[in-house]
Design a protein around this ligand. Structure first.
Ligand SMILES: Nc1ncnc2c1ncn2[C@@H]1O[C@H](COP(=O)(O)OP(=O)(O)OP(=O)(O)O)[C@@H](O)[C@H]1O
Ligand SMILES: [Mg+2]
Length: 314
């Protein structure tokens, strides 16, 4: 399913999720099967991808309870319909992919935590010896493990690429107290997640969290004296994180990633062949690329949670 159409007021539509307003205190997040790569949304949907994102987030939030306060009320379709009777009859569209959430005022910050030196962090380190503007020891190799993990925030850009910022810039945007709270929690959640995933043969190289404040008005997220900070959005999914198979880990090189690698490889080959310039519109995806991508998402769900996703319902 590439787009949802539910009888609720639209709140926002992201690249992947359709968000609806239920009432003043609750939102319905619906993860569609849309997929983006290189910041371009593909024309084709990836079957079961939305359900993997929602059910994996729900699973992680249950693992992290009760230490971590979060936004999930329920990701169970019958409970959602019981709570929101206007959704009766839409069960098929909701099953597996919808999450009823507490509505929060989201901090305009991507809380990135890096436990391995990869991607744009490796690029910054190679060029300047720093990560998020802070010096790192010399001699690190690509994909090396970072101890302790490093918090490297970015702004949430409405258009285009997120911009990396320093902790000082984050503090001036949302206040030092909130900035410290988000940095501490991000590291805490990442470290808990990294340990759980490691026991299942998966390295979480890096990830991105979003936080919001409940009990305050719009624009008041940084008011550290009011309300409560909660973890929102998706959590430790293949779309918000870089997952590596531990048995293939080779520091000193880039690592194969679990999820969108077949899609990225295909798009790279289309670029190299001069058939795609990297902008919208993307090339059509062949069936085998779609199927391989679905398999990757289902595989990561199974490996992490220990049980296959119920694909009968979603
Ligand atoms: N509990 C919550 N309260 C308020 N907003 C939330 C909550 N949880 C998630 N959101 C917001 O819902 C949206 C989810 O949609 P999605 O992730 O597809 O879009 P996005 O990340 O904003 O943009 P894109 O992914 O297209 O770059 C995000 O804007 C996120 O900040
Ligand atoms: Mg998002």
């Amino acid at each position: 399913m590439a787009a949802s159409a539910l009888p609720l007021a639209p709140f926002r539509r992201g690249k992947v999720r359709d968000v609806y307003k239920v009432d003043e205190s609750r939102l319905l997040l619906v993860a569609t099967d849309r997929v983006s790569a290189f910041d371009v949304v593909m024309a084709e949907a990836i079957p079961h991808k939305g359900a993997v994102l929602t059910q994996l987030t729900a699973w992680w939030l249950r693992q992290l309870e009760p230490a971590i306060e979060h936004h999930m009320l329920t990701a169970d379709v019958s409970e959602i319909v019981r709570e929101v009777p206007a959704l009766r009859g839409q069960e098929h569209e909701l099953a597996g992919r919808a999450m009823l959430c507490r509505r929060s005022v989201v901090f305009p910050i991507e809380c990135v935590v890096r436990g391995y030196l990869s991607g744009s962090a490796w690029k910054e380190y190679r060029e300047r010896g720093t990560l998020a503007g802070e010096p790192l020891p010399p001699g690190l190799r690509e994909s090396d493990r970072l101890n302790p993990p490093i918090f490297s925030p970015a702004t949430k850009a409405d258009e285009g690429h997120d911009q990396n910022i320093t902790i000082a810039e984050m503090s001036s945007a949302i206040g030092a107290r909130s900035a410290n709270e988000l940095a501490d929690r991000s590291r805490q959640i990442y470290e808990a997640g990294r340990a759980i995933a490691a026991a299942r043969g998966i390295i979480i190289a890096d990830t991105k969290f979003e936080f919001g404040r409940v009990g305050v008005r719009e624009g008041e997220a940084g008011n550290a004296a009011a309300g409560t900070v909660i973890l929102v959005d998706e959590v430790l999914t293949p779309d918000s994180s870089r997952f590596w198979p531990a048995d293939k880990y080779r520091p000193g090189y880039p690592q194969p990633s679990f999820d969108k690698q077949p899609l990225r490889d295909y798009l790279e080959s289309e670029k190299l062949a001069g058939r795609w310039d990297g902008n919208y519109p993307p090339p059509r995806l062949p069936r085998h690329v779609i199927d391989a991508t679905t398999s990757r998402y289902l595989d990561i769900y199974h490996r992490l949670t220990g049980a296959p996703l119920n694909t009968q319902i979603a």
